[in-house]
Every structure is written in C-alpha cells, then in structure tokens.
Design a protein around this ligand. Structure first.
Ligand SMILES: *[C@@H]1O[C@H](CO)[C@@H](O)[C@H](O)[C@H]1NC(C)=O
Ligand SMILES: *[C@@H]1O[C@H](CO)[C@@H](O)[C@H](O)[C@H]1NC(C)=O
Length: 358
C-alpha cells in the first residue's frame, strides 16, 4: 500500500467496522421510495442553489437502479422523497407560513403512508428516512417524523439533532447542474498567500464578531463583509478560496454553512466556527485530520491559533482536504464514495447502529 492509500484508510476508515459497513451497503442495501406525495413538494428535485443537496439526493435516489426496489417487502430503508425548500415555498405562497402548517402537511403524509402500507406502523418509522436542507426542516420534522433517520443540513445538537439517529447532510452550493465539479481545485499549499479568508452576509450573531475583530486588522487576514453578487465578485470570491491557507466557516443564522464544502472544493483547510454543529460523515471521516474547529469564544485568538500550527501539520491537513474532496462532490451518475453514496451510507450506518444498540 502506498502512502496516499494509508492516509486514505486513516481518514476514511477510522475504524474497521465503517469500511465494512460501506462495502456491506454496496452489496446489500435495498431502499423503497414511496410514490405517494404530490409535486412540487414531492418528487420534484431542485438542483441549484443553497438547498440543492436535498434535490441532488432526491434525483439520484429516485433514479437509482442499484439500491431501489419496487417491492417494499424487500427494503431495509424507506425514503420519503420531499423537498423541504419546496414545502416552505409552496405553502408560503398560499399565505400560510407557520411551522405548524408545514408540520401538519407532513403529518398528513405520514398518515397517508401509514394507512396505506404496514411498514410505518411495523417500525414506528425508525427504518424510514428523509433528506432535507432547509433551515426549518429540523423543526418541522421533529414531531411527525421524529423516529425517522433525518439527514439534515441544520445539524444542531442543541436543537433536536440526535447523534446516532440523525445524520448531517452537507450544504452544497451547486452553481452548475451540468458540471457540479466545475472549477474544482486551488493553488498548491506553498502558493497560498492569504492566511485566512471569509466573506459573507452578517447573518446571525457570530459573523459581526468575526468582522469586528479581524476586518482590516492584519494584511494576511482577509475577513470581509458581503461581496457583491456580480460575476467578477463571484470569481474574486473563488480566487480567495483558491489562494488562502485557511477558509473560515463561521455559522450564519443557523449552524450550517456552504463554506465547509466550498473550502474542501477549493482545497482550502476549513476552520469551522459553529459550536453546536455536527460535521457531515463524522462517523467515518476523521475531521481533525483535514480541518480545524475553533470555539466561537476563541475568535479574538483566531490568528494566533492559525499561526501556531506547524507547517508540516498544515501541509498534512491540506493533503487531507484533497483526499476527502471526492466525498463531497455530486455526479450526475453517482460514483463509489461520492457524496450521494456517503449520504446514503451515513443513513445506513445509523440504521445498523440502532439495530446493534437496541
Ligand atoms: C395552495 O392553494 C391552492 C388554491 O387554494 C390549492 O389548490 C393547493 O392545493 C394549495 N397547496 C397546498 C400545498 O396546500
Ligand atoms: C397504522 O396505525 C394507524 C394509527 O394507529 C392506523 O390508523 C392505521 O390504519 C395503521 N395502518 C395499517 C396499515 O394498519
């Protein structure tokens, strides 16, 4: 085995069981996708924008031939294919925006499938799953779908996200549906001249603190507010990510941010500042090997923390970023260990985990 493979094993297979469970999934897993549910909330994936990971998963799962079975009696897992973004948008247009209405809509759906099939009642929903990226998804599914395995972008342990049952859906800001991996990559580590980069809107309480301490304070800290939305500014944003050593992933209104996957995409070491966030695939990936977690209260010390990291440690993390990159990329035709398979694996993993600890 060469060095890269050893590192790969180290990062992906933090313990033997997980490697086996991925291979086992490829061999065994059967998923039933409920046909019930009306468009546009169900069965209509949105592939672009900030919530697109739920759309990509839905599209790839519904179109999958390997895992999907027509006969629900053969399934290990049951997928409820709705879009939390479309749920919010559709009901919002009907002038009813409250969480309660969205909850009620999902409860009706559960009543529908539990009345029609025996699978929900058989397990009280524990072998059912949903994949949802809207900020509200955590809240509106907690009641009607509380026993289900929930793959959520808003993975906040302080707000009902249950480690071992729920799983983190990475936030992917897909710009090109034709080629979700367009512009991937960045400068080699030694050519990265900016120590730390952040730009974004001042959503939530944390980012103004970040800006207060670090905007225009040190030449190597590019900590900015919102950048304009024109093409040139978007290119400049990508260039910063491609030429910075560390990319600051500070929480917004909620704990999750697309910057983590963006940083990995542009081969910048992510610095996660979001105290209650559970990072994606943490049951499989050794996050410490390719990213940094900085406590929200340590923002004043941010530069010292980054400067205290030895060069070889930085190089190791940056190489780690490149090693895990493939786990965070969508493909129109899913590839082994890619984002589609990793999300599905995390759901499968949690199901196995529950069976073992029951
Ligand atoms: C929204 O309102 C329209 C017209 O009142 C209705 O036909 C439709 O079913 C409603 N949509 C949802 C999701 O409740
Ligand atoms: C499942 O349970 C619900 C509530 O107890 C009941 O209304 C429904 O008919 C049951 N479903 C089936 C298929 O028996």
């Amino acid at each position: 085995m060469n060095g890269a493979n050893v590192l790969f094993e180290f990062i992906l297979c933090s313990y033997f069981v997980v490697c086996r469970s991925y291979e086992l999934m490829e061999k065994m897993l059967k998923v039933y996708v409920y046909r019930e549910g009306e468009r546009p909330i169900f069965h209509q994936p949105k592939m672009r924008g900030i919530y697109s990971s739920e759309g990509w998963f839905m599209k790839l799962m519904e179109g999958n031939k390997k895992f999907v079975v027509r006969d629900p009696r053969k399934a290990h897992l049951f997928y409820m294919p709705f879009s939390s973004q479309m749920l919010r948008n559709t009901l919002e247009n009907n002038n009813s925006q409250s969480h309660r209405d969205l909850e009620g809509y999902l409860q009706n759906y559960v009543d529908l499938i539990s009345g029609k099939y025996r699978f929900w009642n058989r397990s009280r929903g524990v072998d059912h799953f949903l994949v949802a990226c809207h900020d509200w998804a955590s809240k509106i599914t907690r009641q009607p779908m509380g026993n289900c395995i929930r793959a959520l972008c808003n993975a906040n342990v302080a707000r009902g996200f249950k480690i071992g049952k729920d799983t983190t859906l990475p936030v992917t800001y897909v710009r090109s549906v034709e080629d979700p991996a367009r512009d991937i990559g960045g400068k080699p580590p030694l050519e990265r001249s900016v120590l730390a980069f952040f730009a974004g809107s001042m959503h939530g309480y944390l980012r103004p603190i970040l800006r207060h301490y670090w905007e225009n304070k040190e030449a190597d800290m590019k900590i900015l507010g919102p950048m304009p939305r024109d093409i040139d500014s978007k290119r400049a944003y990508r260039e910063y990510m491609k030429s910075s050593r560390y990319c600051i992933c500070a929480r917004g209104y909620e704990v999750h941010t697309p910057r983590i996957v963006e940083a990995i995409f542009y081969e910048c070491v992510p610095v996660i500042i979001s105290d209650n966030y559970v990072p994606p695939f943490f049951e499989v990936l050794n996050w410490e090997a390719f990213s940094l977690f900085v406590k929200e209260s340590d923002i004043p010390k941010l530069r010292d923390i980054l400067l205290s990291i030895p060069e070889e440690e930085y190089l190791r993390m940056q190489m780690g970023v490149r090693m895990v990159q493939k786990h965070f990329i969508w493909h129109k035709r899913p590839a082994k260990y890619d984002l589609f398979h990793m999300v599905l694996h995390s759901i499968w993993h949690n199901r196995i985990f529950q069976l073992k600890t029951r």
